[in-house]
Every structure is written in C-alpha cells, then in structure tokens.
Design a protein around this ligand. Structure first.
Ligand code: SAM
Length: 286
C-alpha cells in the first residue's frame, strides 16, 4: 500500500446506513491489509462482499477485546497490517476498540485513523443546534434511576447534549428528558443516511406525543440532541436545579415532604418553599 502499511493498525470508519458513504481510502485500505478485525464478522462480511473484498477476518468485540491485544501485537510485530472496523460508523465511538488502540499505541505501534461516518457528527451537522461546543454522553444507562441521574448531571451544561439511543428505550428517555428539562428544545435524528431518515424538532413531551401517534417514529436508530442550558445567574440556576431534583425524586416515588427535605439540605433555601414546589410538580401545576 502506498501509505507504507507494514505493522500498522488502521482504524477504519464504515457507513452508518448508506453504503456510498464509505470513502475510497477506506475501501483501498480494506482491500490492502492482511487482516480485518471486525466487531461482528458475519455482519461485516456483507459490506466486504459488496466491495468485492475477500480477507481473513477475526472478531473483536467487548467480550474478547483484551484477549485480542496479544494476537494483534504479534500480527503487527511480524509486519502484517490490520484494519479495525465495527458494525457501523467509527470504531471506538460507543463501539469496541479502545483497549486495543490504547495498548498498541502504548507499545509503540502505528495506529492510523481512516475517518468517515459517525452518527453523532452526522446528526449534529444537520440538526440546527449549536455545534461550537457539545457534550457526547454515549448511551444513557438502561435503568430509570441512573438514567435520570446522568441527565440531571448535564442539566446546567451550556453545551449541546448528544446521546445515542435504541428503539427499546427511546420513549422512556424522552419521558425523562421531558420531566427534567421541561420545554428545552430537543432534536431527534432517526435512521440517518437511510431511506427513512427523519429529523424531529420540538420539546421532549411533544416528540413523545408524535411518537405515540405514529409508532413508525419509534423504530430504528436514534441520536438524541438536547439544546444546552441558557446561561443563568446563581439563584436561577439553583432554582432550576432544585426543581429538577424534585422532579427526579417524585418520579422515583419519593414523597413530597422527603423530596423537599433532601433538596433543602443540598441546595439550601427554605424547606417550605421546596415543599410547595414539590407539591406543585406533583399536582402538575409547575
Ligand atoms: N460507532 C458508531 C458511530 O460512529 O456512530 C456508533 C455505534 S453505537 C453501538 C450504535 C448507536 O449509534 C445506535 O444505537 C444509534 O444511537 C447511533 N446510530 C448509529 N447509526 C445510526 C443511524 N443511521 N441513525 C441514527 N443513529 C445511529
């Protein structure tokens, strides 16, 4: 290969839907390396067949990644070259590969990125939300309590928030965003680069409603983007944070009085104020 590929690990991005998004450099590298390490060899075999590439493959997924480090060390040490790919998009981005790249770099091997599609960047590039600063939160936790905690931790961040989500949990996540972020703007990017690519732009409660009216909107793969918080003075920020804490605790089944006591203990202020606030949230008046 013209790039001088001996003993190199190439980290190659593959399409997230539309096969034409594979770069010609990626196709070239995949055609030239000695081995391809793939998250799911059967899944990637389809892409390689489409490209007319027939190469030895090894699997590299979250359960065998550490064990594969040694195999890849040996391959690179003997001058072979390997391409690392995942099922879709850029390896290591909510995908396997981090351990291998860290270890091979640490031992002085060349690791070369071959960039291409990545769902979070693709989504941000067309969402119309601020992109000068963003916070990528990967997948949110599957369980409600930890998921709401993670969202709460991001409540005051002024950067655009970006999460990956699966069709099984999209409605629960939107419900939590509606509870904690109220009318904050949310853009949902679904099925990017595929036939049913859709961008939905509203607050989370409205998105949820649309999804319930048209269940097709709940199918496929999602990138959830939430507008960053408006800059606030300390007092407004404390009030917003307190309300979010109360909403999260009420969603967990904590009583109004207990929730008010916790928030007053954490943020200060009068317990009576937080009690009234919690009661209003519970009654749906807030
Ligand atoms: N490495 C990939 C990348 O570069 O984006 C991400 C892999 S992660 C296991 C899969 C998640 O990425 C999906 O659950 C979804 O949240 C997001 N994703 C991947 N492809 C997508 C697409 N075509 N449209 C919307 N989201 C997508």
């Amino acid at each position: 290969m013209s790039e001088g590929c001996e003993g190199v690990l190439y980290v190659v991005a593959t399409p997230i839907g539309n096969l034409e998004d594979l770069s010609s450099r990626a196709a070239h590298v995949l055609g030239e390396v000695d081995w391809i390490a793939a998250e799911d060899t059967r899944h990637s075999a389809r892409l390689l067949r489409h490209l007319g590439i027939d190469k030895p493959m090894i699997s590299l997924h979250e359960h065998n990644e550490q064990a594969r480090v040694e195999t890849l060390h040996k391959a690179l040490d003997t001058g072979q070259s390997v391409a690392l790919i995942s099922d879709a998009g850029t390896p290591l981005i909510s995908d396997p590969g981090f351990v291998v790249v860290r270890e091979l770099r640490a031992s002085g091997h060349r690791v070369v990125p071959v960039p291409g599609a990545c769902a979070l960047i693709t989504a941000l590039s067309a969402a119309g939300l601020a992109t000068n600063r963003f916070l990528f939160g990967g997948f949110l936790p599957a369980k409600g309590g930890p998921r709401r905690q993670r969202l709460m931790d991001a409540l005051e961040r002024e950067e655009t928030l970006v999460y990956y989500e699966s069709p099984h949990r999209i409605q629960a996540t939107l419900q939590d965003i509606a509870t904690l972020f109220g009318t904050r703007r949310v853009v949902l990017a679904r099925e990017l680069t595929k036939t049913f690519e859709t961008f939905l732009d509203a607050d989370a409660a409205t998105l949820l409603l649309w999804m319930q009216e048209d269940p097709n909107q709940a199918r496929g793969e999602f990138v959830v983007m939430v507008a960053g918080a408006e800059p606030q003075d300390d007092e407004t920020q404390a009030l917003a944070e307190g309300e979010a804490w109360l909403a999260a605790m009420l969603a967990e089944g904590v009583g109004v009085k207990a929730a008010a006591t916790v928030v007053a203990g954490r943020l200060g202020g009068r317990k009576k104020y937080w009690y009234q606030c919690a009661q209003a949230l519970k009654d749906g008046d807030a």
